[in-house]
Write a protein that binds this ligand. Structure first.
Ligand SMILES: [Zn+2]
Length: 188
């Protein structure tokens, strides 16, 4: 799953349990594991010219940000700081891992050998699974898979639908506030 799939589907799935949490942080949360891990891996690959082996543990584009440990740290910080922003990042990141697992299953990837090993890191060893793509462009080449195209289309549609309904809700809320604040002209 790529950008729009995570943003649109992730945000929609979180809808019922994310009421009151800041929208922007929820959206960032839905892509936070990729925002951490992909620059980490491709940065290491670029600088080492050797598939990230400059840091031997960073051997793929799903590493630290895709672990249950990372989710655990975010949930602990939410509880300690009582922060709605961190809670939004925590929920967004958790749904990201779930959607990665579903997307892998649709692509026919072996879940037990890839994402499961990452999620349980470091319980199954400190080495992350090797990533099959040598560059970001090679990674983006899989975008022509029908399931990925469908995920992106559904995600983008949900984002548009959600932003429209949010605009409508805001407009209604402003109208109600204006009516409430309007001086009563019928009495004197
Ligand atoms: Zn991911």
């Amino acid at each position: 799953m790529f950008l729009f799939g995570h943003l649109g589907i992730g945000k929609t799935l979180l809808g019922p349990i994310s009421k009151g949490l800041p929208n922007r942080y929820l959206l960032v949360g839905t892509i936070l594991p990729d925002l951490i891990d992909k620059p980490l891996y491709y940065g290491a690959t670029f600088f080492s010219q050797n598939h990230g082996s400059v840091w031997s543990s960073i051997s793929g584009s799903r590493t630290l940000g895709h672990t249950a440990l990372f989710i655990l740290i975010l949930s602990s910080l939410t509880w300690i700081k009582k922060s709605k922003r961190i809670a939004a990042l925590f929920l967004g990141s958790a749904i990201h891992l779930l959607l990665d697992a579903v997307s892998d299953a649709l692509l026919g990837r072996d879940f037990s050998e890839s994402l499961q090993t990452v999620i349980l890191w470091p319980l199954l060893g400190t080495k992350f699974p090797d990533f099959p793509y040598s560059s970001l462009s090679e990674h983006l080449n899989i975008m022509d898979r029908p399931s990925l195209i469908l995920e992106e289309l559904i995600g983008a549609s949900l984002l548009i639908f959600n932003s429209r309904s949010m605009t409508t809700e805001t407009t209604v809320a402003i109208s109600i506030t204006e009516v409430k604040n309007k001086p009563d002209q019928g009495t004197n």
